[in-house]
Design a protein around this ligand. Structure first.
Ligand code: ZN
Length: 141
């Protein structure tokens, strides 16, 4: 838990994101790592500790996002804004491959976010394959 974020607000964020990473959609219950409350716009850049600027992120996505706000779209090489979990809808920017192991970017921001956060790293793709076999992936809403 992040001590400077009120517990009530942390609970709201966890509930809103259904205890899944707002970026890669990994369920916290499936891995033995506590997820973190992430400031989408970092505090160091003036981001506020309000629900509009917070999301739940797995430690991997959180570390790779760090203070980044923009990244190169691998398709166009344009510098584009990263996906914003509170202002944008995940399914507008991302989709699962047919075998559900790989995230596909549907937009420039989706592609850039996948690249910046390495959301298709081999170890995670292997886990998605295993979770799929036991009916735990992809997330159902
Ligand atoms: Zn993640």
């Amino acid at each position: 838990m992040s001590p400077y974020i009120p517990v009530k607000l942390q609970r709201q964020i966890r509930s809103q994101f259904k205890n899944r990473c707002a970026y890669c959609q990994t369920a916290e219950a499936l891995i033995a790592i506590t997820f973190e409350i992430e400031h989408t716009i970092p505090r160091s850049l003036g981001g506020s500790t309000t629900i509009e600027n917070l999301c739940l992120a797995c430690p991997h996505c959180n570390r790779h996002k760090a203070s980044r706000q923009y990244f190169l779209d691998p398709e166009t090489q344009d510098l584009v804004p990263l996906f914003h979990p509170q202002q944008q809808v995940w399914a507008d920017h991302f989709a699962w491959s047919i075998d559900t192991t790989t995230l596909i970017g549907l937009t420039a921001s989706g592609r850039a976010t996948i690249a910046a956060l390495t959301m298709n790293r081999p170890a995670l793709k292997n886990l998605r394959k295993l979770w799929n076999r036991v009916g735990q992936h992809p997330p159902q809403d």
